[in-house]
Write a protein that binds this ligand. Structure first.
Ligand SMILES: *[C@@H]1O[C@H](CO)[C@@H](O)[C@H](O)[C@H]1NC(C)=O
Ligand SMILES: *[C@@H]1O[C@H](CO)[C@@H](O)[C@H](O)[C@H]1NC(C)=O
Ligand SMILES: *[C@@H]1O[C@H](CO)[C@@H](O)[C@H](O)[C@H]1NC(C)=O
Length: 455
């Protein structure tokens, strides 16, 4: 009986797989309300003084700062009656309140829409400066109108931008000018890229009928013309000189994304820990500090350098110090980021992947290593000095949902360590894919061909 019955469940199983596949494809390509189903591309610039990354997605070309951990888009709005407001009982308002910034009082969903219509409740949101109040940014704002902003970007075939540009509206929070404190000059707000319904990739996905995922390739310098690239919809993406080679195709995304507390950011686990020069660093793992046992690793475009929680930082520095004991040292810079290990750069050999220093492997669940070679580990701080560009995380760093008290993840991979590394954040599949340092493939993140494709 059982034997005879076998083919049927198998058959049904195939149908289920097919159905699931069709649904997954539909979720990415048919959900668009008005979009043309093509991914959107935008150039990314790095600001030399703040070390933050921006892209010009506001329709008038004004830039927004990228925030991988941000749940919403916010920008300065035209005054009072010049911008739209949104009903308190709309789904957009619920979504805007899904994640609550640290150190911010709860003040309800909205307030009377006076003087327009005092009987209507207009939705207000809590835009948050990702630098936080202790890094120059101001405290989160409550009671800012939720509104709609006009955005624009070019569609792409993966090789070039396509004309004409695509314009669409997105739900965003207004913010006062004061919330721009500490952000690059000229930027008008922040684009939250997090795992929320109102993040930029989620809203592009809906508007454009593409997957809720994006490919991020951060540029390494702030010289003009040094443009990185982001593709909403996740790909394809080619970089010169490999015209027509989709680099995202090989990023199967073997690393599962995990949730970390109530944070809207991207996190993965590194159960196997960290290795320096192929030797595992002995870490104080089960200290219960992040309540999850294995190391939790986050990603941040607003942390210029990778931050390690104090306990992890000490063990890591000790291991790197020992592994580089033969290399002449120089004093740490007296200003700027607090780098502890600095070397005479002329005495560091160089390779295709940067200075010949011990490689750092963050051994991620799923079997892939986030490997940091010299090109992503050593920052040239002056003509003679290169320093290990990892810093100790500030104690009690506030995170979303943590009320400011939450224990931070063990590792937050910062901008410098993501530069020239193509990373695909795939909320649809809840996976992360990454290329590793692109110098190994003889290209960089600044090699997207931004010339409009000939029509
Ligand atoms: C579209 O691409 C062209 C060529 O790179 C660029 O000049 C233009 O600013 C882009 N448009 C938008 C909306 O990003
Ligand atoms: C990851 O790094 C460790 C330590 O360097 C190494 O032993 C292991 O082979 C690496 N795994 C992969 C898949 O490269
Ligand atoms: C960039 O794209 C344009 C338009 O397709 C093309 O004419 C040009 O040759 C490309 N540049 C390079 C260096 O391949």
């Amino acid at each position: 009986m059982a034997e005879m019955g076998q083919p049927k469940p198998l058959h049904q199983h195939h149908h289920l797989v097919l159905l699931a596949t069709v649904l997954a494809i539909m979720a990415c390509t048919a959900a668009g309300e008005e979009g043309n189903g093509k991914p959107l591309v935008t150039a990314i610039t790095k600001d030399g003084s703040t070390r933050l990354y921006s892209f010009p997605v506001i329709k008038n070309g004004s830039p927004l700062v990228l925030d991988l951990s941000g749940p919403i888009i916010w920008s300065t709005c035209p005054d009072s009656s010049a911008h739209d407001t949104i009903d308190c009982n709309s789904p957009a308002c619920m979504r805007a309140h899904r994640y609550h910034p640290p150190n911010c009082p709860h003040t309800g969903y909205g307030q009377p829409d006076a003087p327009r219509n005092p009987y209507r409740c207009k939705c207000t949101a809590h835009p948050h400066n990702p630098l936080g109040s202790n890094s120059g940014g101001s405290t989160p704002q409550s009671g800012q109108d939720l509104t709609r902003v006009a955005l624009s970007a070019n569609a792409t075939d993966g090789n070039n931008p396509l004309s004409p540009p695509v314009a669409f509206t997105a739900v965003a929070s207004c913010a006062p000018e004061s919330l721009l404190e500490g952000l690059p000059e000229g930027s008008v707000g922040v684009a939250g890229l997090g795992r929320s319904a109102l993040s930029l990739p989620a809203q592009v996905g809906k508007a454009q009928g593409v997957c809720n995922k994006f490919a991020l390739c951060l540029p390494s310098g702030s010289a003009s013309g040094n443009l990185g690239v982001a593709i909403f919809g996740g790909g394809p993406l080619s970089l010169l000189p490999m015209v027509g080679t989709d680099l995202t195709a090989s990023l199967a995304g073997e690393t599962p994304l995990v949730k970390y507390k109530e944070c809207p950011g991207y996190y993965v686990k590194a159960t196997a820990g960290i290795a320096v020069n192929q030797a595992q660093v002995v870490l104080p793992l089960d200290d219960g500090k992040d309540g999850c046992g294995p190391l939790v690793v986050g990603f941040s475009t607003t942390a210029p350098y990778t931050e390690l929680r104090s306990d992890v930082y000490r063990a890591f520095i000790k291991a790197f110090d020992a592994a580089t004991s033969g290399i002449p040292r120089l004093p740490s810079p007296t200003s700027g980021p607090k780098f502890e290990l600095c070397y005479e750069s002329a005495k560091l050999g160089s390779t295709r992947l940067g200075y010949a220093v011990p490689q750092v492997d963050v051994m991620l669940d799923g079997g892939k290593n986030w490997t940091v070679f010299g090109g992503n580990s050593m920052a040239q701080v002056d003509d003679r000095t290169a320093c290990l560009a990892f810093v100790e995380m500030a104690e009690g760093k506030a995170t979303y949902g943590g009320g400011g008290e939450a224990a931070a993840p063990a590792v937050v991979i910062g901008g410098f360590q993501m530069e020239n590394n193509l990373v695909v954040f795939d909320e649809e599949e809840q996976r992360l894919g990454f290329s590793g340092l692109l110098w190994g493939r003889r290209t960089t993140c600044s090699n997207f061909n931004f010339t409009m494709a000939a029509v």
